[in-house]
Design a protein around this ligand. Structure first.
Ligand code: ADP
Length: 607
C-alpha cells in the first residue's frame, strides 16, 4: 500500500470516528432531554387531571361508566393525552382510548406497575408497551384523595377514591432520534465525500515531492548520477529535496574525482616503463599493466590465475613469500628470461593487511649493460695507463738518481713529474681496485681474526705521518671481542682508508680513536629474529663534514673541498672502495659528523 492510500484511509478513518462519536453523543443527549420534557409534561397533566377528577367524580359508591368515561374523554381531548381512571379494586371506569363495551371488557389495572407505585409512593412512572393501543407509552399515575366528612367525626377525612393515569406516546422521542439519525447519516456521507476529496488533494501535495524523491533515488541507484529533484517548496519536504540534490552533487563530484584519478592512474600504469602487478593473498593475479603482461609473457586470460602457474619463476614466488612472512617490502634482482644476468629489479609491497601485494618490475637490462660497459672501459683505461705510467715513473726516478750536473729548474721538473706520476699511478690502481670490486671479480679470502690483529700493521703504516702531524692514534678495541670473519687484506684497506682520511682532515695536535663493540639488532623490523654484529668506530677531532655532503661522501670522486682534498693527495675513491669492501662482507658503513668538531665512521660486520 503506498503512502497516499495510507494517508487517505487514515483521514477517512478519523472522519468516521468523529461522526460516530457525534452521533452517539447527540442521540443520547436528545433522548435524555426529550424524555425529561415528557416526564415534566406528564407530571403537570396528571396533577391537573387529578384536580379535575376530585371536583367532578361522583361519590365512591355511585361510580358508573356513563358518569366517568365522558369526563375522562373530555380531559384526554383537552390534554392531547391518554387519560385513564381506575378505582381501588383496579376496575377501569374511564379511558380515552376505549368506550362502551370495550371499556367494560378492559382487564383489571390494579397490578399495573405504575398503579402499584402510585399507591405505594404517591406517584408511579413507567415506559411500557400498551396492549390496548399497541404503541409504546409513558404512563404517569397518581392517587386521588377526596375530603369526606363522616358521621363519627365532624372533621373531614382524606379518603383514597381511585387512581388517575395520564399517558403520552413515546413515538415523538423515537421519531426525533430517527430524524437525528438521518441527519447524522447525511452529514456522515457528506463528510466522507469531503474527507475523501480533501485527502486526495492534500495527500497529493505531500506525496508528490516524496514520489519525485523516490524516483530520483531510484535513478541514482541505477547509475543516472545527473538526476535531480525539483525544489518547489520551502517546507521540510523542500529542505529534504534540496539536501538530496546537494548529496547527489557531492556524490557526482566524488565520482568525477575518482573517475579522473582512475583515468590518470590508468594512463600512468599503461604508459609506465615498469611492470606493475597486483596479486591477492593466494598470489593470484588481479591486475597487470601492459608492461607486466609483456615482461612476464602473460596469456590473454590471466586474472584469477596463480602467478606461479602462469610464469614459472621460483625467485618471484620466494620473494612473495618473503613479503608475506615479514609483512614488509621485499626486493630482489630476478632473471625473467633465459639470460645469465639478472635483468629485473622486483619489489613486492604488501598492501593493507597483507591481503594484496603490489609487484613492481623494473627492467634493468640496459642499465646493467651500460654499467658493465663503463666498468670495462674504466678497467681497460686504467690497465692501459698503468704501463706508460710505470715507464714514466721509472725514467723520472732514473733521471733523478743520475749523477750528472743539471740546472735547479730541471731538478724541480723531474721531482714534479715523479710526484704527479705516482699520484696518477695511485689513482689508476684505486680505479682498478674499485672496478674489480664492483664487477664482483674479487673473491673474498675470509679468515677469522681478532680486530687487534690490525693494530700493528696500521701503526707501521701511519706512525711516521702521525708523528709528523703531532696526532695521537688511540686504539681502544676490547680484548674480549669475538673474532670476525673477514678478508684481512681488504678489511685492512677499509681501516687504512678511514684512518688515512681521519689523519688528512684533522688539524695538527688532534686525536684519532679506533674503538669497537658487539651489538645485537633486529634482523627484520617487527620480528624477533636478531643478528649480532661487530661495529668498528673511527673517530677524529677533525674539520667534520657538512650535513648536505654526508650522504654523498661514499660516491666515487666526491670531495667536500676539492682543492683541499687534492692538496692532501686524495683521489676521492677511498670511501667508495671502503664501502664496496664492506658491502662485499654483507656489512654496513655510515657516518656521523659535526662541522668543526669531528667525524665518526662506523663499520658493521655481521658475525
Ligand atoms: P679522498 O681521497 O678525497 O679523501 P674519500 O673518498 O676518502 O676521498 O673521501 C671523500 C671526501 O669525504 C673527502 O674528500 C673529504 O672531503 C671527506 N672526508 C672523508 N673523511 C673525512 C673525515 N674524516 N673528516 C672530514 N672529511 C672527510
Amino acid at each position: 500500500m503506498n503512502i497516499r492510500t495510507q494517508l487517505t484511509l487514515r483521514y477517512i478513518g478519523i472522519v468516521l470516528v468523529v461522526l460516530l462519536a457525534m452521533y452517539f453523543y447527540l442521540a443520547t443527549m436528545l433522548k435524555d432531554s426529550m424524555s425529561h420534557r415528557i416526564t415534566s409534561q406528564l407530571e403537570i397533566q396528571a396533577a391537573l387531571t387529578r384536580e379535575f377528577l376530585i371536583e367532578k367524580l361522583p361519590a365512591k359508591d355511585n361510580f358508573t361508566y356513563e358518569a366517568i368515561d365522558p369526563l375522562v374523554d373530555r380531559l384526554g381531548e383537552t390534554e392531547k393525552a391518554r387519560v385513564t381512571f381506575i378505582d381501588l379494586e383496579g376496575v377501569v371506569w374511564g379511558d380515552t382510548e376505549r368506550d362502551g363495551e370495550a371499556l367494560r371488557e378492559m382487564d383489571n389495572h390494579l397490578k399495573r406497575p405504575e398503579v402499584q407505585d402510585a399507591l405505594e409512593f404517591g406517584s408511579g412512572i413507567r415506559d411500557r408497551y400498551s396492549d390496548t393501543t399497541q404503541t409504546e407509552f409513558r404512563y404517569y399515575a397518581m392517587p386521588i384523595y377526596r375530603d369526606v366528612s363522616t358521621q363519627t367525626s365532624p372533621d373531614k377525612e382524606r379518603t383514597l377514591i381511585g387512581i388517575c393515569r395520564v399517558a403520552l406516546p413515546m413515538e415523538a422521542v423515537n421519531t426525533a432520534i430517527g430524524n437525528l439519525r438521518q441527519i447524522v447519516l447525511f452529514a456522515s456521507v457528506a463528510g466522507l465525500i469531503l474527507a475523501i476529496l480533501f485527502s486526495i488533494f492534500s495527500t497529493k501535495i505531500i506525496t508528490k515531492p516524496i514520489e519525485k524523491l523516490a524516483q530520483m533515488t531510484q535513478s541514482l541507484a541505477a547509475g543516472k548520477i545527473d538526476s535531480r529533484v525539483p525544489v518547489d517548496s520551502k517546507n521540510e519536504l523542500g529542505q529534504l529535496s534540496r539536501n538530496f540534490n546537494l548529496m547527489a552533487d557531492r556524490v557526482q563530484e566524488q565520482i568525477d574525482k575518482i573517475s579522473e584519478e582512475h583515468r590518470r592512474l590508468e594512463t600512468i600504469l599503461t604508459d609506465m616503463g615498469e611492470g606493475v602487478l597486483l596479486v591477492n593473498g593466494a598470489f593470484e593475479i588481479t591486475y597487470a599493466n601492459p608492461m607486466a603482461i609483456s615482461m612476464l609473457s602473460l596469456p590473454d586470460v590471466y586474472v584469477g590465475k596463480a602467478l606461479i602457474e602462469i610464469n614459472r619463476i621460483p625467485e618471484l614466488h620466494t620473494l612473495l613469500q618473503a613479503a608475506e612472512q615479514t609483512e614488509t617490502v621485499a626486493f630482489a634482482e630476478i632473471r625473467l628470461g633465459n639470460l645469465t644476468e639478472p635483468e629485473a629489479e622486483v619489489t613486492v609491497v604488501p598492501v593493507s593487511t597483507g591481503e594484496e601485494y603490489v609487484i613492481v618490475i623494473h627492467d634493468v637490462t640496459k642499465v646493467r649493460q651500460l654499467e658493465r660497459i663503463r666498468a670495462d672501459f674504466v678497467a681497460n683505461v686504467s690497465h692501459e695507463l698503468r704501463t706508460p705510467l710505470t715507464t714514466i715513473q721509472g725514467y723520472a726516478e732514473t733521471l733523478l738518481n743520475e749523477d750528472t750536473p743539471r740546472s735547479k729548474t730541471s731538478e724541480q721538473f723531474i721531482v714534479k713529474i715523479l710526484t704527479h706520476s705516482s699520484r696518477l699511478s695511485r689513482l689508476v690502481s684505486e680505479l682498478l681496485e674499485l672496478s674489480r670490486l664492483e664487477s664482483g671479480d674479487v673473491e673474498l679470502k675470509r679468515t677469522r681474526c681478532h680486530l687487534n690483529t690490525f693494530h700493528d700493521p696500521i701503526l707501521e703504516v701511519f706512525e711516521p705521518i702521525l708523528e709528523e702531524s703531532e696526532l695521537v692514534l688511540k686504539w681502544e678495541v676490547p680484548e674480549d671481542l669475538p673474532e670476525v670473519s673477514v678478508d684481512q687484506q681488504l678489511f685492512m684497506q677499509v681501516l687504512a682508508n678511514l684512518i688515512d682520511n681521519a689523519i688528512k682532515y684533522t688539524p695538527d695536535g688532534g686525536r684519532i680513536t679506533v674503538s669497537a663493540e658487539i651489538r645485537t639488532s633486529e634482523a627484520f623490523e617487527g620480528t624477533n629474529i636478531t643478528s649480532k654484529e661487530i661495529i668498528v668506530h673511527v673517530q677524529d677531532t677533525g674539520i667534520g663534514i657538512p650535513m648536505e655532503s654526508q650522504p654523498r661522501v661514499f660516491e666515487r670522486f666526491y670531495r667536500v673541498d676539492k682543492g683541499r682534498a687534492r692538496e692532501m693527495g686524495g683521489t676521492g675513491l677511498g670511501l667508495a672502495i671502503a664501502k664496496h669492501i664492506v658491502l662485499r662482507h654483507n656489512g654496513r658503513i655510515w657516518l656521523e659528523s659535526t662541522l668543526g668538531e669531528g667525524s665518526v665512521f662506523h663499520v658493521a660486520i655481521p658475525l
